[in-house]
Design a protein around this ligand. Structure first.
Ligand code: HEC
Ligand code: HEC
Ligand code: HEC
Ligand code: HEC
Ligand code: HEC
Ligand code: HEC
Length: 333
């Protein structure tokens, strides 16, 4: 016999259940926060801490040092518009920036500016701990001879850009002629420090550079940690060399006359100057007399003027300096 199923109670129960599920009461209060998780491992340090260089104290120190420096005084910027852009490249801050940026100074710099921070510093390149945002770090062809590369290493190449000779002995003497004619303004031009450091400006001893102090670079001696307070501060952005720099390699150094080097070079310059005056190529103030001279006289004078204008009395390259002076003396004594 077929069973008849009464669906009504089942539907009622199902609807009741549906209602009960669909109509929730208000939410209960939140449970307590879980315990904090353990800290993650530290990440790797970034490349550089900006404040090592950019702290206010450090920048103010550099500003004070710079103000005391000959660069900060900017006394010689007047030469910038003397002969047009050719001088402005090294004799004015704005001329230098134009030259670094465009490769030339297009017109006379009629309002030459002294050095400022931005003369030497431009934009960062890598932001690593040795990126000083310098305008120049690469080696470049020498001004006196484009076939010679001047490389004093990285940051020193900034100094090299300006502190180098403008002319070499080959501009006046081909190395074989018996006599040489010079005018009163001839010569390598002031500031041949890079050429002496690298040993490449003498009229004799070509090819024997020595470079005893190349490892120190310019900044290794001239921009060590600043020492001393007041107007006599040296190092850092005064750009003045420090005895502390010499002591890094010569522990016994007490002044720049280490091993009597400067005394010896000064004496040789006096001896050579005496001979050159007798020959008549310079006057008693050391100035060149225009005229025609023998090749030997010219070479001796060239070495004399190069070492005089270097102004370190041999410190930039002791052995090269002594050699050039000894050879010059032998040529005219
Ligand atoms: C390659 C860079 C460079 C160029 C170009 C240059 N100079 Fe100089 N000049 C120097 C430097 C650096 C000194 C400072 C040398 C030192 O301190 O030993 C200097 C020094 C001088 C001095 C010596 C100042 C003094 O009282 O003893 C005179 C003068 C001078 N320059 C004139 C000129 C003239 C004029 C021109 C253009 C015809 C010129 N310079 C182009 C780099 C340059
Ligand atoms: C004649 C070029 C020159 C001028 C002008 C100059 N600097 Fe520098 N500066 C350098 C060189 C080169 C270095 C890198 C020295 C090194 O290699 O140790 C440097 C390094 C620095 C550093 C990093 C090292 C430190 O001292 O903490 C700071 C910061 C700095 N300069 C700021 C300045 C400020 C600010 C000025 C202006 C007041 C200025 N510089 C002007 C050439 C210059
Ligand atoms: C090794 C020294 C040094 C360190 C480290 C350094 N700077 Fe500089 N920075 C300089 C010098 C020097 C200048 C140029 C002089 C000035 O403007 O005071 C400069 C200039 C700048 C300038 C203006 C020129 C540009 O490149 O745009 C900025 C922005 C700057 N730095 C940001 C930073 C930041 C961000 C950091 C950290 C990631 C940093 N620097 C780390 C030395 C440093
Ligand atoms: C833009 C060209 C230029 C650059 C770059 C430059 N110098 Fe000079 N420097 C000169 C000139 C020109 C003078 C002569 C004085 C002046 O500032 O008017 C001079 C003067 C000096 C003096 C002082 C000489 C004196 O008569 O007492 C020293 C030391 C010196 N520079 C070292 C450096 C060092 C180290 C660097 C690199 C960090 C450097 N210079 C970069 C052009 C430059
Ligand atoms: C071994 C250390 C050393 C190195 C490297 C060095 N210098 Fe010098 N520099 C000196 C000393 C020391 C003097 C002489 C200071 C004195 O007798 O009062 C000097 C003198 C100078 C002078 C003349 C200052 C004046 O008024 O008499 C200039 C400019 C100069 N150096 C620039 C440079 C440049 C640019 C470089 C790199 C091409 C350089 N120096 C490399 C130690 C150094
Ligand atoms: C980076 C190291 C270094 C620094 C910094 C340094 N020197 Fe030297 N110095 C040398 C080396 C290397 C020689 C060559 C030694 C040799 O040939 O026996 C030398 C040689 C000399 C000589 C010639 C010695 C001789 O008998 O021929 C004199 C002088 C001298 N240094 C003076 C100085 C002065 C002054 C300073 C500081 C302004 C200085 N040096 C900074 C490494 C350095």
């Amino acid at each position: 016999m077929p069973r008849s199923i009464n669906f009504l109670p089942i539907i009622v129960i199902a609807l009741v259940l549906l209602f009960t599920v669909a109509c929730e009461g208000p939410a209960g209060t939140d449970g307590l926060d879980g315990a904090a998780g353990v800290n993650g491992a530290d990440g790797a340090d970034g490349n550089v801490t900006c404040l090592v260089c950019h702290s206010e104290a450090n920048i103010v120190d550099n500003q004070i040092e710079m103000a005391r420096s000959q660069h900060g005084v900017g006394e010689w910027i007047n030469y910038a518009d003397y002969y047009g852009g050719g001088c402005a490249r090294c004799h004015s801050g704005n001329g230098f920036i134009e030259w670094v940026t465009t490769g030339e100074v297009a017109t006379n710099v009629t309002v030459p500016e002294a050095w400022s921070c931005g003369t030497c510093h431009g934009l960062h390149a890598t932001f690593d701990s040795t990126d000083y945002a310098l305008r120049i770090t690469a080696a470049a062809a020498a001004t006196f001879d484009a076939t010679v590369t001047l490389d004093a290493g990285e940051n020193n190449n900034l100094c090299v850009a300006c502190h180098q000779a403008r002319r070499g002995s080959a501009d006046y003497w081909d190395g074989s002629a018996d006599s040489v004619e010079v005018g009163g303004h001839d010569g390598p031009h002031h500031g041949p420090q890079s050429n002496i450091l690298l040993g490449n400006l003498g009229a004799t001893s070509t090819g024997t550079a020595n470079t005893q102090h190349l490892a120190a670079g310019c900044v290794g001696c001239h921009m060590t940690e600043a020492v001393g307070d007041g107007v006599n501060a040296e190092g850092g952005h005064t750009f003045w060399p420090t005895v502390e720099a010499c002591q890094v390699c010569h522990s016994s150094a007490v002044d720049f006359d280490t091993f009597g080097g400067q005394t010896s070079v000064a004496a040789k310059l006096v001896t050579l100057g005496g001979y050159l005056e007798t020959v008549g190529i310079i006057d008693s103030a050391g100035h060149l007399h225009g005229g025609t001279y023998t090749a030997a006289e010219f070479q001796a004078w060239w070495n004399y003027v190069v070492i005089t204008e270097d102004r370190s009395l041999g410190v930039h390259n002791p052995l090269y300096t002594t050699t050039l002076l000894d050879e010059a003396i032998t040529l005219v004594e």
